[in-house]
Write a protein that binds this ligand. Structure first.
Ligand code: CO
Length: 501
C-alpha cells in the first residue's frame, strides 16, 4: 500500500522570469556564470533561462547578444534541461511574425541549446500557437502548450480544460497553466489541475506569480491534485511579482509523497549567490510584497508599475485610481483578453489615454485598431460593437489566422543588413527588433560607443569609500518594468507589416 513516489519537478526561473519580474530583466550573463555549475548539480526539472523579455533586454540595455548568452548558458549547464518562453507567433516580440521567421527562430533556439519551449498566446488563440508547437516538435524539442489563466465572464475551468484538449490535439507534449497575474486561488488550482490531468492526460505544470500572495498555497493544492512540475525562483529573487521560493517549496514537500528530491544545501548556495548580486539592484517597492490590487482589477503586478510610470511621465499621478478602474472597462470592451504581453500593454496604454484625454477612445492607438481588425487573433469574448464601428468604420475584421496575411521576411531582411551580419541568427534579431538590433550591431562593430552599464555589486564593494548616494545613483533605474517598444506601438504606419486598410 505504499504510495507511488510522484516526485514533483521544479522549474527554476531565476535566470529569466524572476529577474524580469523584479529586476526589470537586467541580470547579466557575467552575474549568472559563477553559479551555473552549482545550479547544474541541483537536479531541477528544467531551468527557464531565455525568451520573454530577455531577448530584447540583452541588446537594448546590456550590450549582450541574446544568442551568445544562450550558448554560454548551454556550455555550463551540461545536464539540466533549458527552457524558454515563446509568445506564440509573436516569438519574443510584440506582434506577429511570418512563418519563415518563426520556423528559423525555433530552429536556431533549439540548435543553440533550448530543450523545452513554453508556447503561449495572449488571447489563447490556438491558431497563433499551432505553428510554433509543430515546429518545436519537428526540431526535436519539447513543446509545452500554454493556457494563459485569467478571470472573466468568458473564462471558466471548463473553458481552460477544453483548451488543454485542443493543445493536445495540436501536438503539445505537456500543458502549462500560466498564471501571470497571480490570480489563481488554491481551490481553483486544485480543480483545474485535477481536471486537466484526468481529461487531457498530459503532464501539467503550474506557473504562478506571487503578486496576490496565493501562489504557494496554489502550488500545495495543485500538488494534491497531481501537478507534475511547479515554477519557482531562488529565495533571493522570489515572491512579490516573481515566483514562490524554490527553497521554501522544496522544504515544504520534503519527506512527503510530493518530495522534490532536491538538495537544500545546494539551493542555499544558489540563493546566496543571487542575494549577493541582487545588492547591485534597487528592487522597486511596487514589485515586492503582496499587492491585492490584482484581485480587484486583474492587473498583473508588472503592469501596475508600468501604468504608474506612464502617468508619472505625464505628471498625472493623481489619476492613478481612475486608470486602475479604466483598465477592466477597456478589457471588457475588447472581449476580455487575458492581460499578458502584448495585450497588457495595449489595454494599459489605452486606459491611460482614455483617462488623460478626458474622453473614452477619443484617441485610439494603432495597436487597438489592429486588435479590433483581428490582427492579434480572436478575442475570447465579444468586442464592444460601438467601439468596433467607431474605429473600423466600414472595414471588416479578418476571420483567418493573422500570420497568414504576412509575407516571408527573412530573405529581404538578410539583404538589408548584410554589412552587420556576423552569424545567421543576426537576421532574426533584426527582424524582431529592427531599431534595437541595428544599434546593437553598430556598437558591436565599434561604430557607436558601448552602452554605459550600471556598476555591479562587486565594483560597488571595491569602491567602498564612495558615498552611499553615489552608489544609489549608479544603480539601474527600474521604473519601467514592462517597457514597450514605442516604435512598434505607435510607428506602425512607418513600418507596415500588415496590409493597410
Ligand atoms: Co511569468
Amino acid at each position: 500500500m505504499s504510495q507511488v513516489n510522484r516526485k514533483i519537478g521544479i522549474t527554476d526561473t531565476s535566470l529569466r522570469d524572476a529577474h524580469q519580474s523584479l529586476l526589470a530583466t537586467r541580470m547579466r550573463i557575467d552575474e549568472m556564470m559563477p553559479i551555473l555549475e552549482v545550479m547544474d548539480q541541483v537536479g531541477y526539472h528544467s531551468l527557464e533561462v531565455w525568451g520573454g523579455a530577455t531577448f530584447d533586454a540583452c541588446m537594448r540595455f546590456l550590450d549582450e547578444d541574446p544568442w551568445e548568452r544562450l550558448r554560454k548558458l548551454r556550455k555550463k549547464l551540461k545536464s539540466t534541461k533549458l527552457q524558454m518562453l515563446l509568445r506564440g507567433q509573436n516569438l519574443v516580440g510584440y506582434r506577429h511574425y511570418p512563418d519563415d521567421v518563426l520556423e528559423e527562430f525555433i530552429k536556431k533556439a533549439v540548435s543553440n541549446g533550448i530543450d523545452i519551449i513554453r508556447i503561449f498566446d495572449a488571447l489563447n488563440d490556438l491558431r497563433n500557437m499551432e505553428k510554433a508547437i509543430s515546429r518545436t516538435r519537428a526540431e526535436g524539442a519539447h513543446a509545452q502548450g500554454t493556457i494563459s489563466y485569467t478571470i472573466s465572464p468568458f473564462h471558466s475551468i471548463d473553458y481552460f480544460v477544453k483548451q488543454g484538449q485542443d493543445l493536445r490535439s495540436l501536438g503539445a507534449d505537456s500543458i502549462c497553466i500560466k498564471d501571470m497575474a497571480g490570480l489563481i486561488s488554491p481551490f481553483d488550482a486544485y480543480e483545474l489541475v485535477g481536471k486537466l490531468k484526468k481529461e487531457v492526460g498530459l503532464p501539467v505544470q503550474l506557473h504562478c506569480h506571487y503578486t496576490s500572495g496565493m501562489a504557494s498555497m496554489a502550488y500545495l493544492k495543485a500538488a494534491e491534485a497531481g501537478v507534475d512540475v511547479i515554477d519557482t525562483a531562488n529565495a533571493a529573487l522570489a515572491m512579490g511579482a516573481s515566483q514562490p521560493a524554490t527553497d521554501t517549496m522544496v522544504a515544504a514537500f520534503q519527506g512527503t509523497e510530493y518530495d522534490t528530491g532536491l538538495d537544500l544545501e545546494l539551493l542555499v548556495r544558489v540563493s546566496n549567490h543571487f542575494n549577493e548580486i541582487s545588492c547591485g539592484y534597487e528592487i522597486p517597492r511596487e514589485v515586492m510584497g503582496v499587492d491585492t490590487n490584482v484581485l480587484s482589477y486583474q492587473i498583473p503586478g508588472g503592469m501596475i508599475s508600468n501604468l504608474a510610470s506612464q502617468l508619472a511621465e505625464q505628471k498625472a499621478t493623481h489619476l492613478f485610481k481612475d486608470v486602475l478602474a479604466e483598465v477592466p472597462r477597456v478589457r471588457e470592451d475588447l472581449g476580455y483578453p487575458p492581460l499578458v504581453t502584448p495585450s497588457s500593454q495595449i489595454v494599459g496604454t489605452q486606459a491611460v489615454v482614455n483617462v488623460l484625454t478626458g474622453g473614452r477612445y477619443k484617441m485610439v492607438s494603432t495597436e487597438i485598431k489592429n486588435y479590433l481588425r483581428g490582427l492579434y487573433g480572436r478575442p475570447p469574448g465579444e468586442v464592444n460593437q460601438d467601439l468596433l464601428k467607431k474605429v473600423l468604420k466600414n472595414e471588416q475584421p479578418i476571420s483567418g489566422r493573422p500570420a497568414d496575411l504576412l509575407k516571408p521576411q527573412l530573405e529581404e531582411a538578410r539583404a538589408e543588413i548584410s554589412e552587420y551580419i556576423e552569424q545567421d541568427e543576426d537576421v532574426l534579431s533584426y527582424v524582431i527588433f529592427p531599431n534595437v538590433a541595428i544599434d546593437f550591431f553598430k556598437r558591436r562593430q565599434g561604430l557607436l560607443p558601448p552602452l554605459e552599464l550600471p556598476s555591479t555589486c562587486n565594483t560597488q564593494k571595491k569602491a567602498v569609500h564612495s558615498s552611499a548616494q553615489k552608489a544609489a545613483q549608479s544603480s539601474p533605474k527600474l521604473e519601467l518594468l514592462h517597457y514597450i517598444d514605442e516604435t512598434l506601438l505607435w510607428g506602425d504606419e512607418d513600418n507596415p507589416v500588415y496590409p493597410a486598410g
